[in-house]
Design a protein around this ligand. Structure first.
Ligand SMILES: NC(=O)c1ccc[n+]([C@@H]2O[C@H](COP(=O)([O-])OP(=O)(O)OC[C@H]3O[C@@H](n4cnc5c(N)ncnc54)[C@H](OP(=O)(O)O)[C@@H]3O)[C@@H](O)[C@H]2O)c1
Length: 361
């Protein structure tokens, strides 16, 4: 690993360079693994990895952290998880910039973000659970952000497409979001971009799962909850103080399939087909297509769900796993400002994390 290692800096009493960045990485799954790879590139060379953890084990030993197969090793060896030790290692690094990177989906860990910020650690996250969770959590986050530590959240929406940063910039310039609409899920984008009635929805879903576009249990995507969290993050960043219960979410998972084990659900995917085929046929009879859209209107009403759109609609012209965010604002009001591109994937998400870390230096 080409990132400067802790041992090199801490062998004697280290003097922190003004832009010395020490990081602890929480989560070494798909995104965390891609982030570790970025640390081995010149772009990651300024970052000093002083700790890494999965849900059960952690590592702070420099030689172990330097191993190319760190991610694999953590599955077998390492100390038991203990955040205190990781934070103490960040302190011991004496780096001028100390960052906790959250590349997990853990709601428990997310509740600690505000505490870390209050202690002066910067937090960079792909985890949506805090900013896209309860309104009280969002408010606590805003209060914690008022201190000196910064919160890097580019990876939480659009896998790093410049959506949140654009919203903030517009707001800083006195522009206001009027409405927001788009396709915020790579997996749902892929499914409905492909779904033309020639193959059953369940067959496309199996393909998408094999390609790694869905979560292992695709109900996490089909429920719409992840899209709702992204809509909340964007709406809140635009100044709408929306509660998590204020987003109307249409799940694509019928009630009778919601409480089954993942294996049983996967065996019964064909039960999704008939209702979706009926909606597809109805839409087609009007010359429309189906898209899973997130929408926020001017009165702050938020909804995510399946919508019929004309083939001329921007969301009808997406490819692959593209995301799309159409922002109508006070100044972009005749045509929306549209941000579009790959909105999922480990490399681009890890790059968004890296970008947020580098912006601290
Ligand atoms: N994949 C994408 O394309 C993408 C795009 C944008 C955003 N995201 C977001 O990025 C985050 C990570 O996604 P992923 O696809 O990398 O998930 P993943 O492959 O399931 O990896 C999650 C990682 O988090 C670890 N973890 C869970 N609880 C932890 C804890 N308390 N302390 C330390 N580590 C813990 C897991 O450990 P174990 O291995 O021990 O379970 C695993 O290493 C999620 O919030 C996701 O929504 C992902």
């Amino acid at each position: 690993m080409s990132a400067v290692l802790e041992s090199e800096a801490s062998s004697s009493s280290p003097v922190a360079a003004s832009n010395d960045i020490a990081i602890v990485l929480l989560g070494t799954g798909v995104v965390g693994g891609a982030f570790l790879k970025l640390l081995c590139t010149p772009a990651g060379a300024r970052l000093r990895l002083v700790g890494a953890a999965n849900s059960r084990r952690q590592q702070v030993e420099p030689e172990q952290l330097a191993a190319r197969d760190l991610r694999e090793r953590l599955k077998q060896q390492g100390a038991a998880r203990d955040d205190k030790i990781l934070l103490a290692t960040l302190d011991a690094s004496r780096a001028s910039i100390k960052v906790v990177i959250d590349a997990t989906a853990s709601a428990d860990l997310a509740t600690r973000h505000t505490e870390w910020l209050a202690c002066g650690y910067h937090v960079v996250t792909a985890n949506k659970s805090l900013a896209g969770g309860q309104l009280s959590g969002w408010r606590a986050l805003q209060a914690a952000r008022a201190g000196g530590a910064r919160y890097g959240d580019a990876a939480t929406v659009g896998a790093g497409l410049p959506v949140i940063s654009t919203l903030r910039r517009l707001r800083d310039c006195g522009d206001s979001l009027l409405t927001l609409e788009g396709v915020f899920s790579g997996s749902l984008s892929y499914l409905f971009n492909q779904y033309d009635g020639t193959r059953p929805f369940s067959a496309l879903l199996r393909d998408a799962r094999k390609l790694g576009y869905t979560e292992p249990d695709p109900r996490a995507d089909l429920s719409g909850e992840d899209v709702a969290r992204k809509l909340l993050i964007l709406a809140r960043n635009a100044g709408f103080a929306l509660g998590s219960d204020e987003v109307v979410v249409e799940s694509l998972v019928p009630e009778h399939l919601r409480d089954l084990s993942a294996d049983v659900f996967l065996d019964r995917l064909e039960e999704l087909d008939a209702p979706l085929a009926a909606r597809h046929d109805e839409a087609r009879s009007r010359g429309h297509v189906l898209r899973f859209l997130a929408r926020l209107n001017q009165r702050g009403r938020a909804r995510v769900g399946l919508v019929e759109v004309p083939v001329t609609h921007p969301a009808a012209r997406l490819y692959g796993t593209d995301n799309q965010f159409a922002l109508t604002t006070t100044r972009y009001n005749t045509q929306p400002l549209v941000i579009q591109g790959p909105g999922a994937g480990p490399e681009v998400t890890a790059q968004a994390l890296l970008g947020d870390v580098l912006a601290l230096g």
